[in-house]
Design a protein around this ligand. Structure first.
Ligand code: C2E
Ligand code: MG
Ligand code: MG
Ligand code: MG
Length: 275
């Protein structure tokens, strides 16, 4: 039955390509609808002080509630939002929403927002941050912005200048997923970075792989020496927590400390932790 001749294979290939293009096109259209119909919302995951166990802040994480597909993960729609340009209004909305949420928390807590490389084209990132701070009234020192190495990879004078402006305003710049990209340690010396976030892939194996442990130790040591804060991402076990705290990592984030939760849950957690 199944045709194994060349023409059959070519046909299957073409059909598969057509299916991918169709799905992709659907996703683009659905994203536009999602934006119009406000299907996006934010969850907030606690970032905890390793020594005291107190909540230091929350990372805002974007979610999309699709009417048929249900909850869609940001890793599957952000790349498309970046290609279509939707990430610009969407990213501005995330900043505004997250800053507004943080104003309800005790005022020693920060909110951390992920920025896309696209937001750094033009002076968009700075304008959006400014406007979110103005509309919410949040103190700039209570905002962190997370960038990845992909933002620095295409680093032009604009990225450098924007990061400098952020730190002049008292906004902390965090280098996300550290150790996974094309890390150049030079970034840490020449750019205005205040925090390193050690990628989850290293934390996952920190107890079982001597190599991962060595890398995590080196990153924590580097952060301490340079006077940067350091967050371990994806902490899931008590053993990881103990080890990272002993090694001198200043902050921990992961399911062990708390899963991403609604704005209401974040407010409850924030107040409970301060009490
Ligand atoms: P990220 O910034 O590195 O965020 C951390 C991711 O790890 C989140 O996935 C979080 O839910 C997950 N995570 C936290 N703790 C644990 C743990 O203990 N175990 C495991 N297995 N996972 C954990 P999420 O929310 O699916 O976000 C994925 C990525 O999407 C983020 O990675 C970030 O790069 C991007 N993203 C999320 N929200 C935004 C946004 O508003 N704007 C932009 N540009 N990117 C965003
Ligand atoms: Mg992040
Ligand atoms: Mg991260
Ligand atoms: Mg990560």
């Amino acid at each position: 039955r199944a045709k194994t001749d060349g023409r059959g294979i070519a046909r299957v290939f073409v059909e598969e390509m057509e299916r991918l293009v169709r799905e992709r096109r659907e996703m683009e259209v659905d994203l536009q609808t999602a934006w119009r119909e406000r299907q996006f919302f934010l969850l907030y995951q606690p970032i905890v002080e390793a020594e005291s166990g107190r909540i230091a802040g929350f990372e805002a994480l974007l979610r999309w509630r699709h009417p048929e597909r249900g909850l869609v993960n940001p890793t599957s729609f952000i790349p498309i939002a970046e290609e279509t340009g939707l990430i610009l209004p969407l990213g501005a909305w995330v900043l505004t929403e997250a800053c507004a949420a943080a104003t309800a928390w005790p005022d020693d807590l920060f909110v951390s927002v992920n920025l896309s490389p696209i937001q750094f084209r033009g002076a968009e990132a700075f304008r959006q941050v400014r406007s979110a701070l103005e509309s919410s009234g949040l103190a700039p020192s209570r905002l962190e912005v997370e960038i990845t190495e992909s933002t620095l990879l295409h680093e032009g004078p604009m990225v450098r200048a924007t990061l400098e402006q952020f730190s002049e305003e008292g906004i902390t710049v965090a280098l996300d997923d550290f150790g996974t990209g094309y890390s150049s340690l030079g970034y840490l010396r020449t750019l205005s970075i205040g925090r390193i976030k050690v990628d989850r892939s290293f934390i996952e194996q920190v107890e079982t792989s001597p190599q991962s442990l060595a890398i995590v130790r080196a990153i924590i040591g580097l952060a301490r020496t340079l006077g940067l804060r350091c967050t371990a991402e994806g902490v899931e076990t008590e053993g990881q927590r103990r080890l990272l705290t002993t090694e001198g990592c200043s902050h921990l984030q992961g399911y062990l400390l708390g899963r991403p939760g609604s704005a209401e849950e974040a407010l409850r957690r924030a107040c409970a932790s301060a009490a």
